[in-house]
Design a protein around this ligand. Sequence first.
Ligand code: 9MR
Ligand code: 9MR
Length: 596
Amino acid sequence: MYRNYFWRGKAIACICLIAQIICFVGQKTFSQPISDSTGTHVRLNQIGFYPDGQKIAVVLQSSGGTFHLQTLSGKDVFSSELKKSNMPAFGGIYTQIADFSSFAQPGKYKLFVNGAGYSYPFEIKRNALQSVAAGSLKAFYFIRASAPIEKKYAGKWNRAEGHPDNHVFIHPSAASEKRPAGTVISSPGGWYDAGDYNKYIVNSGITTGTLLSLYEDFPDYMKTVKLNIPESGNGVPDVLNEILWNLRWMQTMQDPNDGGVYHKLTNAAFDKMEMPDHAIEPRYVVQKGTAATLDFAAVMAQAGRIFSKYKKQLPGLADSCIVEAQKAWEWAVKNPAVVYNQDEINRKFEPKVTTGAYGDRNFTDEFIWAACELFVTTRNNAFLNTIKILPDTTMPIPSWSQVKLLGYYTLVKNSSAQGGNAPKELPEIKRRLLALSDDLIAGADDNAYQTVITKSKSNFNWGSNSVAANQGIALIQAYRLSGKKKYLNYALADLDYILGRNGTGYSYLTGFGSKTPRHPHHRPSVADGIAEPVPGLLAGGPNPGMQDKIKVPSLNPDEAYVDDDRAYAVNEIAINWNAPFAYLANAIEALQQQLK
Ligand code: 9MR
Ligand code: 9MR
């Protein structure tokens, strides 16, 4: 009897083990999840979708099958078949696409896939991205220099004022006859550039220009966006109020004696990871440069155009912006090739300056941007006649060092106002903008995430998330020009990418989504003792370069990311990354009715 039971027990155990092995092998062969230690294998925009818009999730497993859309209590409301991607991801593995675009019923849902499990929860509703869009703009309030960040606007992220910047030295590299080295100027306000506490004109240029364009392109929608900032309710839309915080700082960076603009306002070296009110090292403005001066001219010309509609609330502002823009332009025409070469400056002057360089060497694109903004604002053709509008055939997605397209966007979107004055190159610029957009979207459906950014590994450099956002802006410009919805859909796809449909499963905007960066390279977020980082900030994103020497878990371009506050090459935040995200999210929100 006893013996019998013993052997029967052994046999059962044996059968169980064999069954387990079969199951295990079966899983390996048929539904092997792609390795990822945390998070879900069902990757989607973690915030939500519009009822009539496209809804796509990417499932990281090799087997197909059925996916299920469920309510949060687990009731199936829609199911369909997964479709294998046409091309593998950078890591060589094919994904499965779940397309539930046809399901339009508002509500809160999750996706379930046998083998891969559940997605994070998300919503289907009108205005689905309204909060994330506004949150990315509110972030600029949190990073204001020279002001206390108050509890009634900032909640638990309130903090003391940092960097009054009313006692700033002219660095020897910037010395002039009227302002010798050591002269003290006042240059308060502005946004901190990034994880560091310095203020750089070149990077402020594209940032402020992008935010001004958001207002210029969608004024009706942007007037409805309320940010709860100190100026709210003053009769000026909040997005413009926030922009003014930086614009007024930029104005102080122009040398009134000659119109040239200092490259940056900075410490000699980066601060420790401390709160801004503890960071009290001396501040300097450094050498004037052609890039800074032209970026300044472009922004002031655009601001002059936009704020001319607010002359009652902001008397004199628009006019002074235009005058300053013209003075800056004149300086640049006289000084067309002044590079900011930090290494060379450090060989000549003390103190040596080792903060961000933003050392562009080619100013063709800055001349184009400034000339286009000045032309559109003043209607004076002389600006465009000074330069070649089409010096070559390239159409580079904008970045801090490449601003040509910002000028083209401005010409194209203001073309009806130009009448007979329009430059003869305008039709060609329009053609190139559409050709660029066709190029961006060509084959995007074939890749493993069905997004534009994941088409090419060359998109994954320092600040790759801003590449996705700036691609989205180019596509929105093409949509506005052509009315073709396909461009808008792919702009949304890149936004979905940033919000979770990607190789790491992160929604890269702090505080928005289920899996978001907790440890950005952002001094206040590191030093404030609050568990959650300051919200609404966009992490730089995947970049296999490891310039910070912090190991990333994978060198596949779209997976080369780690949520580590030392990892500034992937996890810093920056104004020129937040701004295109804010443009893209708010533009999509403004245009949601047109998505399908
Ligand atoms: O905090 C700095 C960040 O803003 C820059 O992008 C980065 C690269 O220039 O440098 C960071 O500062 C680091 C410095 O370069 C080296 N010492 C440690 C600093 C903080 O990580
Ligand atoms: O965004 C900049 C990136 O394109 C450069 O490769 C990198 C190194 O020079 O610098 C980045 O800008 C940093 C700036 O120099 C200092 N403030 C933080 C910026 C974001 O990391």
